[in-house]
Design a protein around this ligand. Structure first.
Ligand code: F0G
Length: 350
């Protein structure tokens, strides 16, 4: 291809599409795999960041949404619905707009980042703030999709998983083989399921020689997979993964166990420390939930659970601009100066 055509065209032979499928794309995918020198230094490993915030709506959700909306259009759907902590709704709204479809989104009231709310609204979604958490929103969206003529585009929709598995393909295509360890944040557990499927497919046909250990990380206040129990009132500053009853729970356990991996909890404090380290040292601005993968990697490394010399990929799932509140809070208040070089220089300590 003379240009990147989007992930459906790029991986057409590995996706459930036919020549007549009406592809809905915003040229998602082909995101950067950025070397992370500071994380590599701290862990003694070769660490890369899969920067999914570089997708068209700023998160990995676009990979699943190009497939889900394409298939919904192929099947004749006129409306789609999703529950969301923000990114899914932003992505669904954009791809539905592109396809000329109506998009309904259900979000937990007061618990999604402002940038994500703005995206759903600007793309013309019909947005309802539900008096409940994400798990309540998903139950409601699923019921509406059964009782009314509207297609559900949450990651319980297998086409979402099919699209999202292409991130694993891209990593192997760039590195020449699978990494040894793959770290990612876990919320509803669709993405860890998708990566594991992608890595297995590439290993099955010999494109990769092995599969990585899948390391998933949940926020400590929303870690049902770690504790083995539904969390009735999940709490974390990482609102994207504020989920107490993940839809793909058993698939996440399978990914962990079949890959010889782990699913651990990371505190909000560790998430924010990793968030700041990513921005300051690696120059990659992510949203807080995305930093859970890096917080988890550092936590395991500090506990001696990471063998040095391995190749590690951390997926950073969403763009920092979606949720700037955490970048601004704690930072010094900017100083105001007159239009005067001496005054500016004095303030800058030059
Ligand atoms: N990181 C970000 C930025 C997310 O938005 C999500 C999920 C995850 C990680 C976790 O991925 O659910 O596949 O385990 N966001 C969903 C949403 C729930 O509605 O946008 P997961």
């Amino acid at each position: 291809h003379p240009f990147w055509p989007g992930l459906i065209e790029a991986y057409r032979d590995r996706l459930p599409v036919s020549p007549s499928t009406p592809v809905v794309t915003l040229q998602e995918g082909a995101t950067p795999l950025v070397p992370a020198p500071e994380l590599s230094r701290r862990t003694g490993c070769e660490v890369f960041l899969k920067v999914e915030g570089a997708n068209p709506t700023g998160s990995f959700k676009d990979r699943g949404m190009t497939m889900a909306i394409t298939k919904a259009l192929e099947e004749g759907a006129q409306a789609v619905i999703c529950a969301s902590t923000g990114n899914t709704s932003a992505s669904a709204a954009a791809y539905a707009a592109r396809a000329g479809m109506t998009c309904a989104v259900l979000v937990p009231q007061g618990k999604i980042a402002t940038g994500k709310l703005a995206q759903a609204l600007v793309h013309g979604a019909k947005l309802l703030q539900v008096e409940g958490n994400f798990d309540d929103c998903l139950a409601l969206a699923s019921k509406l999709a059964i009782d009314y003529p509207v297609s559900l585009v949450n990651s319980v929709n297998q086409y979402r998983i099919e699209g999202q598995k292409t991130a694993a393909f891209e990593i192997v295509d760039v590195l020449g083989d699978a990494p040894d360890v793959h770290c990612l944040p876990v919320g509803n557990a669709g993405n860890i399921t998708a990566y594991w499927q992608g890595y297995r497919e590439y290993a099955a046909d010999g494109t990769a020689t092995h599969t990585p250990a899948m390391w998933g990380f949940q926020a400590a206040g929303a870690a049902p997979i770690v504790t083995g129990r539904v969390v009735e009132r999940p709490e974390t500053i990482a609102t994207a993964i504020r989920i107490g009853n993940p839809a793909s729970w058993t698939k996440a356990l399978a990914a962990r166990d079949e890959s010889g991996g782990r699913i651990d909890a990371v505190t909000d404090r560790a998430i924010l420390a990793a968030y700041r380290l990513l921005a300051r040292s690696e120059a990659v601005f992510v949203e807080p939930a995305s930093a859970a993968s890096v917080a988890g990697l550092l936590q395991v490394a500090e506990a001696g659970g990471l063998e040095p010399g391995q190749r590690v990929v951390c997926t950073v799932t969403g763009n920092g601009l979606k949720d700037p509140e955490w970048a601004i809070s704690g930072a010094p208040v900017p100083v105001t100066v007159p239009v005067d070089a001496a005054a500016a220089a004095a303030q800058l300590g030059l």
